[in-house]
Design a protein around this ligand. Structure first.
Ligand SMILES: Cc1cc2nc3c(=O)[nH]c(=O)nc-3n(C[C@H](O)[C@H](O)[C@H](O)COP(=O)(O)O)c2cc1C
Length: 375
């Protein structure tokens, strides 16, 4: 149901220049693992999914994409370390570009959020630590005991990120987002709850962040700061990865990002919404003020909250996860203040190429995109 569109441009629909990229609005597709890339190879239905969400001047961030065979923790997540994977991504990125949107590839390594079965030759997953994820953390997985990386192995993993970034640019992505959030490998090093090392990658805040900083340095050198964004979630404790001083951690990392002139964006996840009033805590302003580039906030936003934070100058852009997943035309719905499709959590991560993926309806009055829904 479409209410009458306001004549005034809402803050979320204001254009924005991010580096050299002319964005037509502020509604970003958050990275969303979908596990439909069988055998780590992105499939034709992935092109349908992303191009459904692409409009001229929009910004899409891909689902987390494995940088190497040891990077995997979710079956059928896409990879970007082989030439075959690079070729498979190309038509997907082309489809998004044909719609006029910009597309960044989120590059990740899951570290200990994995199992021996997911690893090459049944090896233990690698991490900062040998501490295993103990409880049922809501992902439905039982994770294996990890093996702490030897100090001498770390440059090799840094290089995996560098190669993945190079591959992403070869594919035609407009840039990469380094996944430094949500309890995956880089965060396992950054956070003191999961880093119990006694080498130069453990102990002090500077030491714990060294690995992430080295990855950022290597990727920036490889593809240029203007093509690099970094995602951080200092306040999160997903998969038992938490820090005792998230403010100091975020502050340190933002200062590191600023050392790269022109580093494109910092994408930060809000603390979990309050159980009492279901409100976003809004703890990111200090970091937005400290960061020299574009700031993207994520976590729990709807139309009203998004308009408010862009209007107030709390953030430049807002990334939407679950709402964008369920509403392929989310920016348009926000623009005209239309009602939204409800997301179905049970189909977030399944192998189906259509259900819960490309079958969410578009606004009834928007005929342009209907053809792509069941393609
Ligand atoms: C199904 C699903 C998959 C996700 N996959 C990723 C991912 O690959 N990378 C990432 O950084 N965050 C991932 N997230 C987190 C989202 O990007 C986002 O931060 C989170 O959903 C909160 O935003 P929202 O309230 O707008 O949904 C995922 C979330 C969901 C629901």
């Amino acid at each position: 149901m479409v209410r009458e569109a306001s004549k005034e441009t809402i803050p979320l629909m204001r254009p924005y220049k991010m580096g050299q990229l002319e964005l037509s609005h502020r509604v970003v597709l958050a990275p969303l693992t979908r596990c439909r890339s069988y055998g780590n190879l992105p499939q034709p239905h992935v092109a349908v999914y992303y191009s459904q969400r692409a409009i001229r001047g929009g910004l899409l961030i891909s689902e987390a994409t494995d940088v190497s065979p040891t990077a995997q923790g979710y079956q059928d997540s896409p990879g970007i370390w082989t030439q075959e994977q690079v070729e498979a991504w190309k038509p997907i990125v082309d489809a998004v570009h044909r719609k006029g949107a910009f597309f960044f590839c989120q590059i990740w390594h899951v570290g200990r959020v994995s199992t021996n079965e997911m690893q090459p030759d049944g090896q233990a997953p690698i991490s900062s630590t040998d501490k295993q994820i103990t409880s049922d953390v809501g992902t439905g997985m039982a994770y294996s005991k990890p093996r702490p990386l030897w100090t001498e192995e770390i440059p090799g993993i840094v290089d995996d990120f560098r190669c993945a970034a190079r591959n992403a640019i070869e594919v035609g992505f407009d840039g990469v987002e380094i996944h430094g959030a949500h309890g995956y490998l880089l965060e396992q090093f950054m956070k003191d709850g999961t880093n119990d090392r006694d080498d130069e990658y453990g102990g002090s805040l500077e030491n714990r962040c060294r690995f992430a900083v080295e990855v950022i340095d290597a990727v920036v050198r490889e593809v240029g700061a203007h093509r690099v964004g970094v995602r951080l979630s200092p306040f999160a404790d997903f998969v038992e990865c938490a820090d005792s001083d998230p403010v100091a951690l975020a502050d340190y990392m933002v200062r590191q990002l600023n050392m790269h002139e022109g580093l494109l964006y910092c994408h930060m996840v809000e603390p979990r919404m309050s159980n009492v009033d279901n409100r976003i805590p809004h703890r990111l302003l200090t970091f937005r003020k400290a960061f020299n580039g574009t700031f993207i906030a994520a976590g729990g936003y709807d139309r009203e909250e998004g308009n408010k934070v862009v209007g107030d100058g709390y953030t430049d852009l807002v990334a939407y996860g679950r709402l964008f997943l369920a509403n392929p035309d989310l920016p348009r719905r926000f623009e005209v203040d239309a009602s939204l499709n409800k997301y179905d959590r049970s189909t977030f991560i399944t192998r189906d190429p259509i259900v819960g993926y490309t079958d969410y309806p578009f606004l009834e009055d928007d005929h342009n995109d209907h053809s792509t829904i069941h393609a």
